[in-house]
Design a protein around this ligand. Sequence first.
Ligand code: ADP
Length: 767
Amino acid sequence: MCRRLYQKTLKYFLNPELSIRNLLFNWIALTGILAGLISGVATIASGWYLITLVISCSQIACCGVCLWLANKKHLLIQASRILCFGVAVVGFPLTFVLGGGMRSGVPIWFVLAIVITFILLDGKVLTVFLVTEVLLYSGVMVLDYLGYIRKSTASTGTMPYFDVWQSLIFAAFSLGVITKFKDRVYEKEIKKNEEQRERLEVLKVEAEKANIAKSEFLANMSHEIRTPMNAIIGLTRIALREDMPESVRGNLEDVLTSSNNLLVIINDILDFSKIESGKLEIVEAKYQLSTLIYDVSTVIRFRVNNKPIEFVQEVDDNIPNTLYGDAMRIRQILLNILGNAVKYTDQGRICLKIGWKKLGDDAVLVIVVSDTGQGIRKENLEKIFTRFERMELTENRKIEGTGLGLSITKGLLDMMGGTISVESEWGKGSSFTITLTQRIVEEKPTYGEMKNQAKAAAQNAVKPFETNLTFPGARVLVVDDSVVNLKVAKGLLALYKMSVECVPSGEECLERVENKKYDLILLDHMMPKMDGVEVLRRLREKPGFDTPVVALTANATQNAKRMYMDLGFMEYISKPINLGELETCLKKYLFAYLCKEERAAWGKGAAEGKEGRKDPVGNKEPSYGNGDRMEENSRKTEDPGAARQMPDREVFDPYAGLECSGGDEEGYLDILRLCLQESEENEWKLQEYLKAEDLKNYEITVHAMKNELRIAGAAAASERAFDLEKHSREGDLEYVRRYHEDLLKQTAAAKQAIERYLADMERLQEG
Ligand code: ADP
């Protein structure tokens, strides 16, 4: 019974699923019905005043119809308007006029009418209704005052008192009930919201846990994938050292490029997942700002070399140079932003500006990277820091990227308490601003260091080596036990469009010569098992052998040239190879093949003997390395101390390395990778020879190492190797023992710097 009653009627007044407004409306309409009933009963009691009774009945009918409209027909807004119109605009003023005017209880109902109008209506309709009601109520009151309203029987005797009393009680109670109802509804709403918030909180924690689990999974996976990827890359590089048909080589090179791309993506995902799962740690330590800037600028300058872009550095001289923070992550941030600037700029200018403010013991660095590139559309500015978001996909379809760089950058900056913002104009360029607070360790400003570096950088500006000579058809054999040297020599000779073959030992040289005639042999001296002098002797013993043999050696002793000529070599070229010397030698011995062509430059297929290279930045032009000795001379004469004042450059200087290796930029990177592999093997050999007190082989190995380190650009380690080579030749075991560890230390430092540099370059190349 109760249930049926609830289902039929009460649900319209109690159902929590109805909207608050609907419930309120229903309660008000119900109040209207009750008020109509009461006033009807009162009318009958006061002696059947017909019109008032009709009004009461109409009010009941109007409220009933409105209830039906709102709940059955779902026309709440229209029902509210009809209710207000029927009751407040028509019903009450009419009752006032017919029911005794001011001497009745109707003015009290006016109050209720206005409150209900406020509750049920909104906006302009509310204003119209309120104005109408106020005007109407005032109008009928004025009419009453002027005596136009007839006094009814209800306005005599005790009736007005009763009418006022019942109106007052009913109106007051109605208002009270409405207010209480609203309170209850709000309390319920608040409780509901609170419960919802708690539920959301639980869901949020669960989602966060799931997200962390996902990120951890990604981090683990990326880590696991990295190991086999490194093996693929390493083995492909080793395989590429072998002689093979061009088509196989091309395929292998594609494997290498794709693997490198994949590795960069995996590394990015690893970083990103680590940041998301809170596993990435900021490792703070003392660092030199000037070195950091120099390293970053060096990498960027190499990248920029491919394009007509001016790279400018404006660093406030007064920034304290020794700071405390995570230098590796700051490098990563700068390389991401500057790398993007290079990627998305075809020509013009890229500027790295660093200013600062002192804040107690801290320096607040303000780093601005601006470019004159393609810019970012206004509507995309917000999105670029979101993971995997890449903009202007049509314009950038040739530019590789994952859309992770900026989100990693932002994540790192958040972890370090820094900020990043961007301003950009589509078609004109972008400007990224980073602020980062770092603790000052030493107040000494960057002034001197930065000046030296700027000078060194300007002097290091890489100029392409150009030649207009080629020797098509000439066959040259290069013999060297060091794969690094072979790679460099092959890279240099490929420019001259000749056929170059490389072999790693004297024995293989003899075999090759057995089956094929060469026009020139470049022969290393110090090789294990059979050295260059022995190989030359055996070559000369061969009947009819007349190929000129040139000593290609790192033996830089004063009378080396004389010695090699005496031994029967036609010529002597010192390593690292001087391009001028090499060209003179080629002209002399390959004269028959000499051809003058349009000017060719380093990098045009240099190290691999290929026509042009796939440029990761999307540029058609290949990059050029520097093989020009004059460049080196000018550096030395202008300010011999400039580069020397930076101890880190002694450990590893890519500019020097690029010059020594003579290859183009990509060839140089390959050479660096080779150097890393070779040095592992050489270090192991040195240990073994030292243990066995075998100074002869120690000398040969350390000699090769000296050369390779020099080619890589690791001057300090190379010098130590040279020193040990000298002492091992002299048989000074004591000395070699004493300084052997030092060589390993120097090599380790160089290798660390090379690895960092390679990682930066690879990241930039593919990202
Ligand atoms: P991506 O790997 O795509 O470069 P990032 O997260 O580094 O990913 O950058 C996100 C997007 O922001 C890029 O795809 C590019 O559209 C835009 N962008 C970033 N830096 C620049 C810039 N210097 N000039 C123009 N667009 C930029």
